[in-house]
Design a protein around this ligand. Structure first.
Ligand SMILES: Nc1nc2c(ncn2[C@@H]2O[C@H](COP(=O)(O)OP(=O)(O)O)[C@@H](O)[C@H]2O)c(=O)[nH]1
Ligand SMILES: [Mg+2]
Length: 228
């Protein structure tokens, strides 16, 4: 394993995307022996997201079809690394932890690592309403699929690209995040870990529709339980 693709979905994220990219610890990853592909999947942003991302050193692909899940599926198809890592473009996820997670994936011979934002939520990073919603969705995920994770909605993952061939990832929307975990941890029975992370306040405009996506994600869990 000697290449890692860091895939970032971005829709109108000119405020955060530059700093997300330039704070990725490239030197550390290179010292560990990895080549790094920085890949931004832009949802046809109407602001300077693409320019800022390119200037910060990323390769940019445009996926005009809407949706978080759609963006990641397109990004994964363009990823050339044997390992994929993901973060949002809004400065919420700790990119400085990527090397540690990659090391763990490699040294413990894991397939999939997901992260738990509830371990350390910085002030202002997640509203009470979102905490409750995420808690309910995580409980539903665990009960319906017999797994034991703390955060079914986290968007920071590190995994071996070759696992994707065995996963049925159908959601184009925000439910992609829970679907990936259900597929990896339940249906595919992969070797996985959930690691605690720090979750930081967002810059820029949120794309999640709190109630709409919350209910959609809950319904998606039930549908997925009935028909994979
Ligand atoms: N390319 C693309 N990116 C998206 C789309 N919707 C959301 N994103 C990105 O996906 C990430 C997650 O969205 P965000 O609003 O932060 O949701 P939250 O983290 O669940 O609150 C952000 O980096 C967004 O810019 C989309 O339709 N297309
Ligand atoms: Mg976000």
């Amino acid at each position: 394993m000697n290449k890692i693709s860091i895939v970032i979905a971005a829709l109108n994220e000119e405020e955060g995307i530059g700093e997300v990219i330039w704070t990725i610890p490239l030197d550390e990853l290179k010292k560990m022996g990895f080549a790094v592909q920085l890949l931004v999947v832009d949802g046809d942003s109407q602001d300077r997201t693409r320019d800022v991302a390119k200037k910060a050193g990323a390769e940019v692909i445009v996926e005009p079809r809407r949706g978080y899940g759609r963006a990641y599926k397109t990004g994964f198809a363009h990823a050339t690394g044997e390992i994929i890592a993901t973060v949002d473009a809004d400065l919420t996820y700790p990119v400085e932890n990527i090397p540690e997670l990659v090391r763990m994936l490699r040294d413990e011979d894991l397939d999939f690592i997901t992260t738990n934002r509830f371990a350390c939520i910085e002030k202002g990073a997640m509203s009470l309403r979102n905490r409750i919603g995420n808690g309910i969705l995580t409980l539903a995920t665990n009960c319906l699929f017999g797994i034991d994770i703390h955060d079914s909605q986290s968007g920071m993952w590190v995994f071996r690209k070759d696992i994707l061939a065995g996963l049925m990832l159908r959601s184009d929307k925000m439910a992609f995040s829970e679907e990936l975990k259900i597929e990896a941890c339940h249906f595919a029975s992969l070797r996985y870990r959930e690691m605690p992370i720090t979750y930081r306040p967002r810059v820029g405009q949120i794309k999640l529709r709190v109630l709409g996506d919350g209910f959609h994600n809950l319904l998606y869990l039930v549908k997925k339980r009935l028909v994979r």
